[in-house]
Design a protein around this ligand. Structure first.
Ligand code: MV4
Length: 448
């Protein structure tokens, strides 16, 4: 690996991920440029970066989502690369392409990779061709209600309709009978049209009790591809992940190898580059099925970092600069356990957002405790962006010890002035079903 892959990197993001990337850059001797909206003037990413450029008012549509503003900021500061973080423009193929056309390296996959995986029917077709297991269903979008009914009859109810342009739990509808399908089809198509500008829907067999297990991959420009094991993200509420862990308590080395091999076959077939995540549904009998591929670094990447000892952001930067991956598949040994809680500024009971001024802050600490956050005492949590204010990650020799450590860390965590979901996390960690790992994606609805 070259000692300094880039001279200057612009971070096209805010919050904890902006700090995470700035820190990695500084450790590599790379200068950093922050971009910020008017609402983020007092944010830590602005203070921690070497330079900062204001790119517009609070609404993300006029700041963090503006391709011309961000590319202009990179141009005037002389940045030679952009890290997009997650969310915002991270999976925008046009942004990746514009960066490359302007001579700015996009630290992530190619725009072709992003485009291929962003269309969920195309991703499904690619996975099928690559020999990655899929749930029974259509590869093409269904053209109308009649064909949707025909397909659903072939697959057998229950089925799930998914918007081709959706993803991450947006634009999905579980359908349990032909009557239900007929009654709701037009509305589903209209909703997909207005949400994504594309009404195309495909049909899949609906798994009743799956776990969400995803494989982290890293690929370079030299044909090297490695997977870094799995993350179990089954604890979700309304498709918002709340707790993630690695390894999955239900994945053994044999299944890990099978899922990892499938994820890498998919990457090979599209000449994938940089970091990515292949999401699978894992059924109760150990069968797994491709769901989608996320072409970005994810919120939950730290649990993988803790159990593998690999800094994924530094690896992304090196690979984007043309270096080979710094480790081999045989170097990835998963023997310990890491768990992450997403700490949100929201009510523990109602999950309603709770922006406002933090008054009194104490972060937990100690051996094996990591806090990736951007807040400080008296910081004003903005209503304009998502409510995640930090991530609490623990690392221990076993799952049981990680749970004990997390419970202690949650007890130490004090955030005054606003409501947070810390008490909610304590409830989950105290739950016998969480402790025994006997749950599926419906766990939170079942216990609250
Ligand atoms: C599914 C599924 C079961 N069967 N697909 C949710 C997020 C998005 N990536 C796709 N998701 C799912 N797709 C099939 N064929 C279950 C989910 C799912 C889910 C579905 C309904 C209610 C809550 C859920 C939580 C996680 C995953």
């Amino acid at each position: 690996m070259s000692p300094r892959p880039f001279k200057k990197v612009l971070i096209a993001n805010r919050g904890e991920i902006a700090l995470r990337v700035i820190r990695a850059c500084h450790e590599l001797g790379i200068q950093t440029v922050a971009v910020y909206s008017k609402a983020d003037e007092n944010s830590l990413h602005v203070k921690l970066a070497d330079e900062a450029v204001c790119i517009g008012p609070a609404p993300s549509s006029q700041s963090y989502l503006s391709i011309p503003k961000i590319v202009t900021a990179a141009d005037i500061t002389g940045a030679d690369a952009i890290h997009p973080g997650y969310g915002f423009l991270s999976e925008n193929a046009e942004f990746a392409r514009t960066c490359e056309e302007c001579g700015i390296r996009f630290i992530g996959p190619t725009s072709e990779n992003i485009q291929a995986m962003g269309d969920k029917t195309r991703a499904r077709a690619i996975a099928k061709k690559a020999g990655v297991p899929l749930l029974p269903g259509t590869v093409e979008a269904v053209p109308d209600l009649e064909s949707a009914i025909e397909e659903a009859n072939t697959i057998g109810y229950p089925v799930i309709l998914k918007a081709a342009a959706g993803g991450g739990g947006r634009g999905i509808y579980v359908v349990r009978s032909e009557d239900e399908l007929s009654a709701n089809y037009e509305r589903m198509v209209q909703e997909a049209k207005s949400a994504f500008g594309n009404g195309a829907m495909y049909v899949e067999k609906f798994l009743e009790q799956p776990r969400h297990v995803e494989i982290q991959v890293m690929c370079d420009n030299h044909g090297n591809r490695v997977h870094l094991g799995e993350r179990d993200c089954t604890v979700q509420r309304r498709h918002q992940k709340l707790i993630e862990e690695s390894p999955s308590p239900v994945v053994d080395p044999d299944l890990r190898k099978k899922m990892g091999d499938c994820a890498l076959k998919l990457c090979k077939s599209v000449h994938y580059r940089n970091a990515g995540t292949v999401e699978f549904l894992l059924d109760t009998d150990g069968s797994f099925y491709f769901m989608e591929m996320n072409t970005r670094i994810q919120v939950e990447h730290p649990v993988t970092e803790m159990v593998t000892g690999i800094d994924l952001i530094k690896e992304q930067i090196h690979v984007a600069a043309g270096s080979q991956i710094s480790f081999k598949q045989s170097d990835v040994k998963i023997k310990t356990h890491a768990i992450e809680c997403r700490v949100n500024a929201e009510d523990s009971k109602t999950f309603a957002p709770s922006p406002g001024k933090i008054n009194g802050l104490h972060l937990p600490g100690g051996f094996g405790v990591r806090v990736d956050s951007f807040v400080y005492d008296q910081y004003f949590v903005q209503p304009h962006y998502n409510s995640m204010i930090g991530k609490l990650i623990v690392h221990a020799p076993s799952r049981q010890e990680a749970i004990t450590k997390m419970r202690q860390a949650l007890d130490e965590f004090v955030i005054g002035g606003i409501r947070t979901n810390i008490d909610f996390h304590k409830e989950v960690f105290d739950h016998p079903r969480f402790q025994s790992a006997e749950y599926d994606t419906h766990f939170l609805e079942e216990i609250r």
